[in-house]
Write a protein that binds this ligand. Structure first.
Ligand SMILES: *[C@@H]1O[C@H](CO)[C@@H](O)[C@H](O)[C@H]1NC(C)=O
Ligand SMILES: *[C@@H]1O[C@H](CO)[C@@H](O)[C@H](O)[C@H]1NC(C)=O
Ligand SMILES: *[C@@H]1O[C@H](CO)[C@@H](O)[C@H](O)[C@H]1NC(C)=O
Length: 427
């Protein structure tokens, strides 16, 4: 009896504390948002989040498959609210930390996939603040007082866009932004990513944590026009450094075939599935500016694409691309260049992620357009890496709880709008 009485007492204390925390943030948002710009020099997608006390905006490169939010804590990190995570604490276990420093702070390896470098990073907690949203506009600012993140090193910032001091991990881990934010505000473990093709600061794309609506234009809720496909878990980590037995935090989809101009191209199907060593398959990446294909897949796509437009003259290649064309031979329509469509066919012929001219052709000079796909070599870890350029102006919804991806048609083709039209003016 005494025990259960104490237990009840504890529960009420806990409820009291939780409601006090909620009261401080004054209301419970249904969704949160981050603006995403495209950096013209590096082609990285960059967001910013306010962190620390006093709050400062921290610029971060978006890493869709990243395990954590990491920032450079070696240089210029000042905060009166920073708390290192003590070894053995709940924070360390959420972060699956596997190291303990002499100062009794837990840590794990943390990496920058763009320069393929990893190092040890301590786990810590600090305040972050971001705007809530009703799906149409930004709303009130909310704070997460004890957001878990990783302290990276200055050497990891190399290769990131100007002014960026870390990366925003959106992967499947417990400490990546989607799961931590969903836990802090009890909303669904879902987020949407809508990358803008524009490098203009007036046309930012958006990440919305939580459920829809996703209103990209006043009359268009893109959450209503999503097609769904299962997300797969790669049993072997795809990070730069990892421990034996670690699964990948990245998002894999099941591409079964590739169509060019509506016709399946010949492919070695073995490459399309993930084997027991974690090799093969298809993932989605925001740190690869263009889609990267294993050599035999790349050659098959290029060959079908070139054959699909016999009247277009091929010109010398411009790196990193291997198939470039004289743009005066290619018609431009309201929905982009008139070139063969490339479809990634998923669980059935009716479910496909279509790459149309707006997402396939890259202008490299006044009279040259290149197919924006890159040859990934003969033995890549992942056979198809769908990169940023092919994701732009398509809204993607990652649903971690149901392990499925929702994707819209190209907003340009379907609605004559794009991800840069999200209204960032507060109500
Ligand atoms: C298909 O790809 C697998 C995996 O790389 C390879 O082992 C196999 O030899 C390939 N098959 C053909 C017919 O090229
Ligand atoms: C493209 O075609 C036009 C017209 O035929 C020609 O003047 C131009 O030199 C060509 N450009 C390249 C890069 O081949
Ligand atoms: C953006 O939202 C604001 C606030 O609701 C509104 O006043 C404005 O008209 C909207 N802009 C557009 C282009 O819809």
């Amino acid at each position: 009896m005494a025990l259960s009485h104490n237990f009840l007492l504890l529960c009420s204390v806990f409820i009291f504390i939780s409601s006090a925390t909620i009261a401080q943030t004054s209301f419970r948002p249904k969704a949160l948002l981050l603006p995403v710009s495209k950096d013209a020099a590096t082609l990285q997608y960059v967001t910013h989040i306010n962190q620390r006390t006093p709050l400062v905006p921290v610029k971060l490169t978006v890493h869709l498959g990243g395990e954590t939010l990491w920032v450079d804590c070696e240089k210029g990190f000042v905060s009166s609210s920073f708390k290192p995570a003590r070894c053995g604490s709940a924070q360390c276990s959420l972060a699956t930390a596997d190291a303990c420093s002499g100062l009794n702070v837990c840590g794990q390896s943390v990496g920058n996939p763009i320069i393929r470098t990893s190092t040890h990073g301590d786990i810590g907690q600090d305040v972050v603040s971001l705007q809530s949203t009703d799906g149409s506009n930004p709303g009130r600012v909310v704070k997460v007082p004890n957001f878990i993140f990783t302290c990276g090193a200055t050497l990891l910032v190399r290769g990131l866009a100007n002014g960026v001091t870390g990366m925003a991990g959106l992967g499947r881990s417990k400490i990546a932004l989607p799961t931590q934010l969903a836990a802090a505000f009890s909303f669904k473990r879902k987020f949407a990513l809508c990358l803008s093709s524009s490098t203009s600061p007036d046309e930012n794309g958006v990440i919305i944590f939580g459920d829809g609506p996703y209103v990209i234009r006043p009359d268009i809720d893109v959450s209503k026009s999503l097609t769904y496909t299962p997300l797969f878990i790669n049993p072997v980590s795809t990070a730069g450094a990892f421990s034996l037995g670690d699964k990948s935090f990245e998002y894999f989809i099941g591409v079964k075939s590739v169509n060019v101009n509506g016709k399946a191209i010949p492919l070695n199907k073995t490459l399309l599935s993930i084997d027991s060593n974690g090799i093969g398959g298809t993932k989605i990446s925001t740190v690869d500016p263009y889609t990267v294909l294993e050599t035999s897949i790349y050659n098959a796509v290029v060959s079908a694409f070139v054959n699909g437009m016999p009247t277009v003259k091929r010109v010398s290649s411009v790196a990193p691309f291997g198939a470039c064309f004289n743009s005066s031979d290619i018609f431009t329509t309201r929905i982009g260049y008139a070139v063969p469509w490339i479809d990634l066919v998923l669980q059935s012929q009716n479910v496909k992620f279509s790459v149309t001219g707006a997402n396939s052709m890259v202008r490299v000079s006044d009279d040259v357009l290149c197919l924006g796909f890159v040859d990934g070599g003969v033995n890549p870890r992942t056979s198809i890496v769908v990169g940023g350029y092919q994701l732009e102006n398509n809204l993607l919804q990652f649903d971690l709880a149901s392990s499925r991806l929702g994707f819209s048609p190209s907003l340009i083709v379907e609605y004559r709008t794009n991800c840069g039209y999200f209204n960032f003016t507060s109500n």
